[in-house]
Design a protein around this ligand. Structure first.
Ligand SMILES: [Zn+2]
Length: 148
């Protein structure tokens, strides 16, 4: 096993707290939304993980723009830039964004992620870029962090 990724429910509830207190985490990625509310969401999550001494890998903006499956036109349903603004305000690494794409949901439900089903799609490129950045940061954190 190279990476164990745990997808936590939104917020700073018991699941996140228990996980951080139970197993040594290499780091945490905060997934936020394009709205301005992104900053308050990211701020709360960051404060909790920092208090628990969990390194912050960075911030990702999810649901960032909807590409119409019919004509390809991008509509920013929830606005854009909340993740980047939150990253800058909090002095954290901005990893990138994931578009609002029906193929992500459809392919995930079918058991074939969009990165496998449509490897050259913008969504697949987003996921691959995020994975590269996060893996690179985890690698650096692992080599600079003293062993527990
Ligand atoms: Zn359209």
């Amino acid at each position: 096993l190279d990476y164990l990724i745990v997808d936590l429910p939104p917020g700073t509830g018991d699941a996140a707290l228990t996980l951080a207190q139970t197993i040594p985490l290499s780091g945490v990625v905060i997934v936020t939304t394009p709205q301005d509310a992104a900053l308050s969401i990211a701020t709360k999550a960051l404060a909790m993980f920092k208090k628990l001494d969990v390194p912050i890998i960075g911030i990702i903006e999810n649901m960032s723009g909807f590409a119409c499956p019919h004509c390809g036109k991008v509509t920013e349903v929830f606005g854009r830039g909340g993740g980047k603004k939150a990253s800058e305000a909090l002095g954290e690494n901005y990893i990138g964004d994931i578009p609002l794409d029906v193929d992500i949901r459809v392919r995930s439900d079918m058991g074939t992620p969009v990165v496998v089903a449509y490897p050259n799609s913008p969504s697949a490129e987003s996921f691959n870029r995020l994975a590269r950045v996060a893996a690179g940061k985890v690698s650096v954190l692992t080599h600079t962090k003293p062993a527990p």
